[in-house]
Design a protein around this ligand. Sequence first.
Ligand SMILES: NC(=O)c1ccc[n+]([C@@H]2O[C@H](COP(=O)([O-])OP(=O)(O)OC[C@H]3O[C@@H](n4cnc5c(N)ncnc54)[C@H](O)[C@@H]3O)[C@@H](O)[C@H]2O)c1
Length: 326
Amino acid sequence: MKKILVTGASGFIGSHLVELLLRNGFNVKAFIRYNSRNNWGFIEDINLKNEIEIFTGDIRDYDSVYKALKGCSSVFHLAALIGIPYSYISPKSYIETNINGTYNILQVANQLDMEQILITSTSEVYGTAKYVPIDENHPLNPQSPYSATKIASDQLSMSFYYSFSLPIKIVRPFNNYGPRQSSRAVIPSIITQLLLGKKEIKIGNITPTRDFTFVEDTCNAFLEIYKSEKLFGEIVNVGTGKEISIEKLFYKIISLLKKNKEDFSLLTDMQRVRKYGSEVERLLCDNSKLLKNTNWKQCYNLDDGLKKTIEWISNNITIYKDIYNV
Ligand SMILES: NC(=O)c1ccc[n+]([C@@H]2O[C@H](COP(=O)([O-])OP(=O)(O)OC[C@H]3O[C@@H](n4cnc5c(N)ncnc54)[C@H](O)[C@@H]3O)[C@@H](O)[C@H]2O)c1
């Protein structure tokens, strides 16, 4: 069986993708950011971890990317810096990881004989919707340095498709949620505060709407896009086609936890509020290209996915505790 490299494998989406690929019989090599503790992040939690080839390196380092890709037929490139607030503080680190990292993948892949290169984009590249639902032709608007580096990474990838016929596909997920997500993201943040017994729940802006996809559905989309013969040189949105405001999401989580909404108040956490002009007010996915060209189906509606997420966070609450000083 041919080998697939997954970068960002120790992270939230990457670890679920590795599990899915293993379950489907693929030979997986996991690219994990080198650290002196030899910590494999969420790969440590995977049942079939003994079947994975682990490669430790740094996506910013051409040599390690070359060594990692050698012997692989395809790559799912997910490694990135993803936090929007930190991209205000250190844009350069996003340029180095998200743009130079993707450049390394493309340039190495162009020297090796590879079958497919799947690049991970994000709905943040669209900025606040100018029309809904957002299809792949929607204009790009970099409302944060994070978004700008993902736009650059996507454009560089397309240029390698046009210039060198590199077999690129760009997967563009809208917001994800599920087990293992960082508590910096809104859903784990709300769930954790509620589970820890807080009555004043701190979150950022509550008016923006998002299209939330359960992480396993997103990983299925990666696999379906990989299987498609038609999507080379194409960008494909991955989302559900439904939106919810952060405020409504908050009350939905309260009701799933069987708590009374009157017992809680929402406080604005200024550290989570995006700077003026940077907030993306509305993201709603047009997923018709994905539906038309693949066999992808959404398996988890928001309630089902949230229940699975709540269950996982309840069982792993110690991972989240420090952030709230409990
Ligand atoms: N989470 C979402 O809602 C969402 C939505 C759209 C797109 N995405 C994209 O999906 C991908 C994965 O995101 P995630 O949510 O799993 O984030 P994550 O932070 O959990 O995972 C990112 C991974 O990249 C790795 N990484 C960072 N810098 C590295 C380096 N220098 N060398 C090697 N590895 C490095 C990290 O170790 C981590 O494993 C990213 O490309 C992100 O832009 C995420």
